[in-house]
Every structure is written in C-alpha cells, then in structure tokens.
Design a protein around this ligand. Structure first.
Ligand code: KIV
Length: 271
C-alpha cells in the first residue's frame, strides 16, 4: 500500500488496496525489535505466525505450537507497531473442534495479546469457524493451498491446486470469502491457479509461493533476511544475509575477547 499510506492499517485498507490494484505487503514477526523495524519501514501487516515453532522454538513442524507459546510473542509485536495490522496465527488444535472453540482462541489473542486480527488454516472445512469469529467482530485472514498444520495429511510440502485440485482451491477460497474473511493467504500454489483464485474473489489474496498475480505477498522474515539455514523454499528471495553477518560478528567478538582488544578503553567506566 505504498501509495496509499493510512495512519493505521485496517481491514478496509486491504479491501481498498485490492480495488485500486495496490499491492499489500506482509512479513512474519515474533518480537518487538523486528516488529518495530518492519513497521517503521512501512510494512502493511505483520503475522505472528505459528512458523515461530520452527524459527523461535526449534521444532521441526508447527504442530507442537500452542496458544500459550504465541500469546507473549503477539503481545510483543502488537505493542511495538504504530501502523501495521497485526495478525495472530491460530495454532494447530486451537480451533478445529468447532466454532465455539475457535472463538475462545480468537478472544484470547484479542484480549491477552492485543492482536488486530487472527488467521486460521483451511477453506471449506474451516468456514463455520471463520463465520463465528467474524460474527463476534474479529477480523479473520484465511489460509489455503499448502497449509503447514496439515503437512502429514497432505503428504509433505506439496504444491497444491494442480490438476483437479484447482477447482477445490477455488471452492476453498470462495468458502473463506463467504464466511466473512477479509483476506486469504495462498501458500505454494501454481501462479496461474493463484491468478484464477484472485480473479474469482472480492477479498485480497496474499501469496507465499503463489507467484505475482495475487494482491499481496508475505514471507517468513528469517528466510527473507537470510537468517534461516537448511532448506529454504524456492519462492523465497533473500533480501539480506544475516546468517553470515552474525557469524562474522560472533567470530570477531570471540577473537577480540581472546586477544584482549575488547573491551577497549572507550568501553570502560572510570573511577
Ligand atoms: O506461520 C506462518 O508463518 C504462516 C505463513 C507461512 C503464511 O502461516
């Protein structure tokens, strides 16, 4: 929304951005320092993703993440931003049992963490949950395509929406919209299918591995900044190389302490 800068981003600005063809920008964040940096740079929304399971807590998947893990992270992010919309991710097991269960979780993120919206995974299957949360006045971002919380059910990190899956993806997107979501994440979907979904919807689509023909983009900040090591998805563009920067800094620090060149006189207190 670079050309249309509201004081505080609200869900209506997402709708306006889609209507006027202005791209929506998002990153994940899990702490107040990055939240404040990204917010100051003009990011439109920050997602306190359950990807914190991998990036913060060191799990192999997002499945072990709980609401109690994400509440303090969301509070830190929401407390740091002045402009960006803060979306809290509803973790696996916190909404699937039914709409009441989902609403209870959403209440926690709004009351205890100061989130501005929540996100949950699933299209047709999660529509009743989305509807219930929205009816309580809480904005919901949907998430379809590859949904990491279902990675075992989906058989791994597999691109979604190919072949006959394309119509199911459109049906999921329409169900999320019909249930009242203000936007929907499309993860790991062929570009042509993402374009089709985007054209079929009035609400904006936010892509992650969904190509350019969507209404906005999000990336996991540690991938985007080159901090993550190991397998990085093909769709990630690294905008920095923080892993090398921090490794060099730590190596130099260790050497300086060993050689006695740190602390130097300018780092000492006098009498
Ligand atoms: O948890 C997360 O970071 C996400 C993004 C991949 C969209 O859900």
């Amino acid at each position: 929304m670079a050309d249309d800068t509201p004081k505080r981003v609200r869900t209506r600005h997402f709708a306006r951005a889609k209507q006027s063809g202005i791209k929506i920008t998002g990153l994940t964040s899990y702490d107040q320092l990055t939240a404040s940096i990204f917010d100051g740079a003009g990011i439109d929304f920050l997602l306190v993703g359950d990807s914190a399971g991998n990036t913060v807590f060191g799990y192999d998947t997002t499945l072990p993440v709980t609401v109690d893990h994400l509440i303090p992270l969301t509070r830190a992010v929401a407390g740091a931003v002045k402009r960006a919309l803060v979306v809290a991710d509803m973790p696996f097991g916190s909404y699937e049992i039914g709409p009441d269960d989902a609403l209870r979780t959403a209440f926690r993120f709004m009351k205890e963490a100061g989130a501005h919206a929540v996100k949950l995974e699933g299209g047709v299957r999660s529509a009743p949950q989305i509807e219930r949360i929205v009816s309580a006045g809480i904005p919901v971002m949907g998430h379809i395509g590859f949904t990491p919380q279902s990675e075992h059910g989906l058989g791994g990190h597999i691109i979604q929406g190919r072949g006959e899956g394309a119509q199911a993806l459109v049906d999921d997107a329409l169900a999320v919209q019909q249930a009242g979501a203000f936007a929907v994440v499309l993860e790991m979907v062929p570009s042509a299918i993402a374009e089709r979904v985007t054209a079929a919807l009035d609400i904006p689509t936010i892509g992650i591995g969904a190509g350019p023909h969507v209404d906005g983009q999000i990336l996991v900040w540690t991938d985007w900044a080159g901090l993550t090591t190991g397998r990085i998805p093909k769709f990630v563009k690294k905008y920095a190389d923080l892993h090398s920067t921090l490794t060099s800094a730590a190596t130099e620090y260790i050497a300086d302490i060993g050689s006695g060149s740190y602390p130097a006189p300018e780092h000492e207190y006098g009498d």
